[in-house]
Design a protein around this ligand. Structure first.
Ligand code: NAD
Ligand code: DAU
Length: 354
């Protein structure tokens, strides 16, 4: 069997990527390395139980010895690196884990991969790829009239999360320039879709709305994000991995700039149509709350390079992607309840006890 190694494949985007990749019966097998933090959830991969093309390893990317063993055993032809602490609000409350995983973890992974890559035959060394999944947040905050972020926009991260991702991007870049490691970096905007942990805006609003709880909107609700359906992000990563130019960075975006209030209203309107309340609208539950400290005002992505060079563009509109997402949450209440109760951790310990 031929493998690629995915880190963070039990998280939101990673799990979508693993499921999407393995649905292609001609694609390589996956060794999925994930520490299973609170954000990692093997229930998202339940449909892969018994699938020989998926090997799961509960491993911390800061554990060099474990990484060396996995690389030597599975000899992957590529790495797709998703593993990270990913929630801005958590990085404000406690930045330590973000420094550890996003910076030290990426460094440790790069060191392990550099050593492994050095052992490969010339042709395999040339074909090898390290794809680093990053974020548009590294570029900082835009004013309403500013042009969108391009691949040449200067880095200006504002939160501990985005600063830690920026540091990891710089390390990846340095490993290419210094050691020749064949790297690719993608900087993507806000994803949404199935298996999204309900601490992030869209799944939080869906789950709170259905539970009759307030829908918290930070500040004036006019901060702007660009939204991309997770399946479109996975498709972009596959294109970049297959045909991206080594050493390049690619911005990935959905061409969907929306204020948070627009997003929350749209979720409410779709829920009103799909699961009407006995009385009133879900919009009645919207509550304005204290703003996030250092809250970036606007993110916007110019994704033309990816379209020009690799022909990628998003397939979903915001409305079609959001409808699919809400339908998934309505149909997946078991997954939601499990995540929210924290019960899934016990399930993992029982099922995967070594
Ligand atoms: P997530 O928080 O849902 O999942 C992260 C996964 O990484 C979890 O499964 C977790 O268990 C794992 N992990 C954390 N620390 C680890 C460690 N030390 N070792 C091994 N595994 C570890 O994150 P996500 O939303 O799926 O994001 C994935 C990647 O994409 C991240 O690098 C993030 O910065 C980036 N990104 C996310 C978005 C978005 O909107 N969610 C947008 C752009 C880029
Ligand atoms: O832009 C890409 C980034 O998108 C990724 O790098 C991050 O990993 C991902 O978490 C996401 O970051 P954001 O901070 O933009 O996502 P979040 O869902 O936390 O918030 C989206 C917007 O909604 C943001 O402006 C804050 C606001 N918000 C969020 C929450 C959780 C609210 O108004 N209320 C809330 O309760």
């Amino acid at each position: 069997m031929h493998y690629i190694l995915v880190t963070g494949g039990a998280g939101f985007i990673g799990a979508n990527f693993v499921l999407n990749w393995l649905s292609d019966l001609g694609a390589d097998s996956i060794v999925n390395v994930d520490k299973l933090t609170y954000a990692g959830n093997l229930k998202s991969l339940a449909s892969l139980e018994g699938n020989e093309r998926h090997v799961f390893s509960q491993t911390d990317i800061c554990d060099r010895e474990a990484l060396d063993q996995i690389l030597a055993k599975y000899k992957p032809r590529a790495i797709v690196h998703f593993a990270a602490e990913s929630h801005v609000d958590r990085s404000i409350h406690g930045p330590g884990e973000f420094i550890q995983t996003n910076i030290v973890g990426t460094f440790t992974l790069l060191e392990a991969v550099r050593a492994y890559w050095g052992t490969l035959e010339a042709a395999d060394r040339d074909a090898f790829r390290f794809l680093h999944v990053s974020t548009d947040e590294v570029f900082g905050s835009l004013a309403a009239e500013d042009p969108q972020f391009s691949e040449t926009t200067a880095y200006a991260p504002n939160s501990p999360y985005s600063a830690s991702k920026a540091a990891s991007d710089h390390l990846v870049r340095a490993y290419h320039h210094t050691y020749g490691l064949p790297v690719l970096t993608t900087n993507c905007s806000n994803n949404y879709g199935p298996y999204h942990f309900p601490e992030k805006l869209i799944p939080l609003v869906i789950t709170n709305a259905l539970a009759g709880k307030p829908l918290p909107v930070y500040g004036d609700g006019l901060n702007v994000r660009d939204w991309l359906y997770v399946g479109d992000h996975c498709a972009a990563i596959r294109e970049v991995l297959a045909r991206g130019r080594v050493g390049e960075t690619y911005n990935v975006g959905g061409w969907n700039e929306k204020t948070n209030l627009d997003v929350v209203n749209t979720v409410c309107d779709l829920l009103d149509a799909l699961r009407p309340k006995p009385k009133g609208s879900y919009r009645d539950q919207i509550t304005f709350v204290k703003d996030r400290p250092g809250h970036d005002r606007r993110y916007a992505i110019d994704a033309r390079k990816l379209e020009r060079e690799l022909g990628w563009k998003p397939a979903e509109t915001f409305e079609s992607g959001l409808r699919k997402t809400i339908e998934w949450y309505l149909d997946s209440q078991g997954w939601v309840q499990n995540v929210m109760s924290g019960e899934y951790r016990k399930w993992v310990a029982t099922q995967y006890a070594v």
